[in-house]
Design a protein around this ligand. Sequence first.
Ligand SMILES: CC(=O)N[C@H](C=O)[C@@H](O)[C@H](O)[C@H](O)CO
Ligand SMILES: CC(=O)C(=O)O
Length: 323
Amino acid sequence: MFSQVAPQTKVRNMTSAAETGMTGIIAAVFTPLTPEGEINLPVIEPYIDYLSKKQNVKSIFVNGTTGESMSLSVAERKALAEEWCLKAKGNMDQVVVHVGCMSLKDSQELAEHAAQIGADGIAVISPSFFKPSTADDLKEYLRQVAIKAPTVPFYYYHVPSVTGVKVPVRDLLHDIEKLIPSFKGVKFSGSDLMDFGQCVSHSRPHWSLVYGVDEQLISGLAMGATGAVGSTYNYIGSYMKEMMAAYESCDQLQARAIQFKLQELICFSMKIGFDLGVNKQLMSDVSGLDLGPPRLPLTRPTPEHAKAILQKYLSLFGYCPFA
Ligand SMILES: CC(=O)N[C@H](C=O)[C@@H](O)[C@H](O)[C@H](O)CO
Ligand SMILES: CC(=O)C(=O)O
């Protein structure tokens, strides 16, 4: 029953990092800011150290939703991508840089830059102010970004709850390599598991199909996800690695038990309010890294709010890894 997932994972594990694509547990990193709201590059080195040593997470997704990319300037995104790539060298297997923007020109500039700094992959979210209305329009947009970094593995980042772009990803994949030869897969952060399943069943063996709704990753694995990218893997990466290992060894009970713990945390947090500001604060509290506030219009949670969520985290996951 699980033979469709396991062999692919094993084959990928035997290849070099550059060839593996997006597999396993990948943390979508937060962007450290100073109390004044400026990017805080010196936190990046200890952040990578924390992920690799305390969370056993060896791949990162930079400047994504969690990284507040759409609230950052192009210059800030370049400086961040450079620092993440530099400090990840020798410590991380994969650094994928998100280069999606509202303007095609900005995305192209960031794609070119990501190629120059040696990113292992680039991902692009659909523009969402003016939205593409057809799969062909979206594909053409993606093509015009990808051609600026033709040798860098290219991933489409589907996040319909944020962008409102509902183009089925399965339609996008049709003949996509003819248009985008560097195409290597999808980061699928939607809950339409039929569309995700269709993507997997029509994917090529060298593509990565990573799932991005952390609280239902187990369902993504059932559909054949090659890995997972998410914000919560910053602070429960080691648990979710265990979850994936349990799933791959057919220990459904253990895999589900870990998944349910994450659901408890997310459900609790959603009841009292769970946005990027809250999520970022939880990571600061769990890791001991000072990631600072989110950028406006997002704000920090009150200390009581943050404390309630930290306590819930500790009651479920039992320890504060940095303490
Ligand atoms: C919309 C969004 O930001 N999704 C993230 C990644 O794609 C997830 O990692 C969520 O933050 C996570 O699943 C918690 O809901
Ligand atoms: C969660 C995720 O993948 C992102 O922050 O972009």
